[in-house]
Every structure is written in C-alpha cells, then in structure tokens.
Design a protein around this ligand. Structure first.
Ligand SMILES: [Zn+2]
Length: 189
C-alpha cells in the first residue's frame, strides 16, 4: 500500500529492479504477496504497487475469474513458501466484467472459451442483481472481488493458514482514474 501511494503521487522508487536484485533472487524467491488481478493492460500489479523482481507472485485472468488452475496457482505461494498475503484486485471499467454482465443479462453466451469467464463471473452477477445500485457493472466488479476473496479465504488448504494468522486474503479495488487501491475486505487487523 506504501508502493501504491508512491504510484498515485508519481514519487516512484522502482525498487528491486537492478542486476544485483536479479542475481540475488535467481536461486530462490520469497515474494511478500500474491496478487490475482485482471488481464487489463492498465492494471499491472508490479507497477501500481511500485515493486520489482521477486516481490510478488502475479496471477492475471479476465475479471479475476478463477478455476482449478488459477486457484492452485494462488495457493502456491502461501502453501510452499509462506507468502503472508493474497490479494484479489478488481478494477474500475473492467471490460471482462462488463462483457460477462451483458452476456448474462441478455442471455447471449460469449464465443468459445470466453464463455468460461462469463460462467466464472455468474455468482458476482447474481449478487450485483440482488444488491441493485446505479451502476450494475461496477457493483458486479466489486462483488467479484469480495466473493473471490471469500472463497479463497475459505478454501480447504488456505483456511488453516488464515485461521492461525499466517495468511491474509484481501479483496481490493483499483481506480483507473486516480491510481489508488482501496481495500474492500479482509484487511489484517
Ligand atoms: Zn478487467
């Protein structure tokens, strides 16, 4: 979050991005966080948290959609190297969420494998439909973050780590307008 403050202000440090760091992490890594974010070209976690090499595991799928392969990848850091933070990061003006929203609302499946993303976002659509609100796509994007973070927190393998305080699963939301990351759920106390 300190790195995100630097990103918002433009006062960047670009840490861990030199040959020394490259050599230091070449034999082993110990990232302090794992982030599941969207594929959106405007939301690269390493940049918007002002981090460098070996700092983060990064997983990116359309609309932070998960399935077994993605969930396994999210589990990797916490289960194998004690990564203490797992963040699900949604964002403003998400094209994947918007496409899924429109597809479900109109009953028109997307073509080919894109439909798998729509299916993964169905629970967020339903929660947004129940919640209502002026901007249903925005509501759905936030619902997707919270539902995904909740699922990961309750996951059979991650839940014990959360319970003993070794892992925080945080849901967060990124504003394209301001560059600011807002914590929605799961902030460690
Ligand atoms: Zn997106």
């Amino acid at each position: 979050m300190e790195g995100n403050k630097r990103w918002v202000s433009g006062n960047l440090q670009h840490p861990d991005r030199d040959p020394d760091r490259r050599q230091f992490v070449s034999q082993q890594q110990k990232p302090f966080g794992a982030i599941l974010s969207c594929i959106d070209s405007r939301v690269p976690p390493e940049l918007l948290f002002d981090t460098g090499l070996g700092d983060l595991y990064v997983l990116r799928t359309g609309g932070e959609a998960v399935g077994p392969v993605v969930t396994g990848s999210a589990e990797y850091g916490p289960l194998t190297s004690g990564t203490p933070l797992l963040m699900v990061l949604g964002h403003q003006h998400c094209g994947a969420v918007k496409a899924a929203y429109t597809s479900i609302r109109d009953g028109k499946p997307l073509s080919g494998n894109l439909q798998a993303i729509t299916k993964a976002l169905q629970p967020a659509y339903e929660q947004a439909a129940r919640q209502g609100g002026a901007d249903p796509v925005e509501t759905m994007a936030r619902a997707q973050v919270k539902l995904t973070a909740t699922d990961l927190r309750a996951n059979r393998d991650l839940a014990p780590l959360v319970k003993k305080g070794a892992l925080a699963v945080v849901g967060a939301y990124y504003s394209l307008d301001t560059g600011k990351v807002e914590i929605l759920t799961g902030a460690p106390s």
